[in-house]
Design a protein around this ligand. Structure first.
Ligand code: CUA
Length: 178
């Protein structure tokens, strides 16, 4: 919900920046520049090309919202609480191949939940905040042991804030008609 709100606010903000540019471009379209780099029509073409390009890049890169949360029948939920200095996962075992929604919050101060695969590659991260639940969706492709590290300095024991998340093989019946 909050993420949709951020998207709407961002798009409205972009519109607020774009409108003055459009108005200025319109109001100067008929005036004559003393030493024009481009003539009016090629400048107008350039402006349109840039605007279309900008909109296309924005739509293409925002189309798949990185933290989208889609609850479905096969969705698994994991409640995560960060404490100084440990992680609590309920449950701490999930299945590969179906989406996991992490409900992440903190019991004391801000923490950062970073999830790493066996090659120490960061898969995703989300802030763990007191008094607020951040939701993030992720689907694990492969079974294995994934490591959780705290990504925000949270005191003397920050480096001790690690945990393991076990991902088991995908349910063989998954996707089959019930
Ligand atoms: Cu928790 Cu650093």
């Amino acid at each position: 919900m909050q993420q949709q709100m951020i998207l709407v606010v961002t798009l409205l903000g972009m519109l607020c920046v774009a409108i003055p540019f459009i108005l200025i471009a319109r109001s100067t379209a008929s005036s004559v520049s003393p030493t024009p780099l481009f003539d009016d029509s090629s400048r107008r073409t350039l402006l349109w090309v840039l605007m279309i390009l900008g909109v296309a890049v924005t739509v293409a890169t925002l189309w798949v919202w990185p933290h989208r949360v889609v609850a479905g029948a096969s969705t698994q939920a994991v409640n995560v609480t960060g404490h100084q200095w440990s992680w609590e996962f309920e449950p701490n075992t999930v299945k590969a191949g179906s989406p996991v929604i992490f409900n992440v919050h903190a019991g004391d101060v801000n923490h950062g939940m970073g999830v790493y695969d066996a090659n120490k590659r960061l898969l995703f991260q989300v802030q763990a905040m007191p008094g607020y639940v951040n939701r993030v969706e992720y689907t694990f492709d492969k079974p294995g042991t994934y490591q959780i590290l705290c990504m925000e300095f949270c005191g003397m024991g920050h480096h001790l804030m690690t945990a393991d998340l076990t991902v088991t093989a995908a349910d063989p019946n998954q996707g089959a008609p019930q």
